[in-house]
Design a binder for this molecule. Sequence first.
Ligand SMILES: Nc1ncnc2c1ncn2[C@@H]1O[C@H](COP(=O)(O)OP(=O)(O)OP(=O)(O)O)[C@@H](O)[C@H]1O
Ligand SMILES: [Mg+2]
Length: 183
Amino acid sequence: MEDLSLHILDIAENSIAGGATKIQIKIIEDTRENLLLIEIADNGKGMDENTIKMAYDPFFTTKTTRRVGLGIPLLAQAARESSGSISVVSKKDGGTIITANFQHNHIDRKPLGDIVKTITVLIAAHPDIDFLFEHGRNDRFYSLDTADIKNDIGNIPINAPEVIKFIKDDISQWLNDTKSSIL
Ligand SMILES: Nc1ncnc2c1ncn2[C@@H]1O[C@H](COP(=O)(O)OP(=O)(O)OP(=O)(O)O)[C@@H](O)[C@H]1O
Ligand SMILES: [Mg+2]
């Protein structure tokens, strides 16, 4: 996986597979602390202690279609490669929080990649799930909550093309406006 937005997509797919109805995706870019943090939290079925331990192991998966599960190990590897680490906090029936931190300016730190695409693909493909996307860039902060948008648009589905375009444009503009603040 070349960039972190693909890791986010992958980790969010775990939340979806775990039956989550709410998924929070948080990105914090803090160049003053030289930190990049990504957190994906869900209210899905969670993991017992044994499953959490096993989740770091590439040969563990509860999927029945194949024998390896790479989502968490690959994110852990990407974090380690930039002097970072991940943590998995989860409780059976109590949801899961996966946090990965990276040294922001590390030469091997993967770029964020196409975050607009990751968020819009998730929302468009899973209209029944509520996504909260939060992004901090030094002093600036952005948040987009599909639960709020759903309230505002009434009968229009969240994955209607014009709504997805609005979301796409809104996140793009935020990224563009704040590009220089993290250099
Ligand atoms: N958010 C989550 N909620 C519940 N269980 C989870 C969650 N994330 C991971 N797991 C458990 O940890 C296992 C390993 O996850 P991981 O993403 O590493 O591999 P995978 O999803 O099985 O396969 P892959 O990601 O390669 O398609 C999963 O099979 C699942 O049992
Ligand atoms: Mg996975």
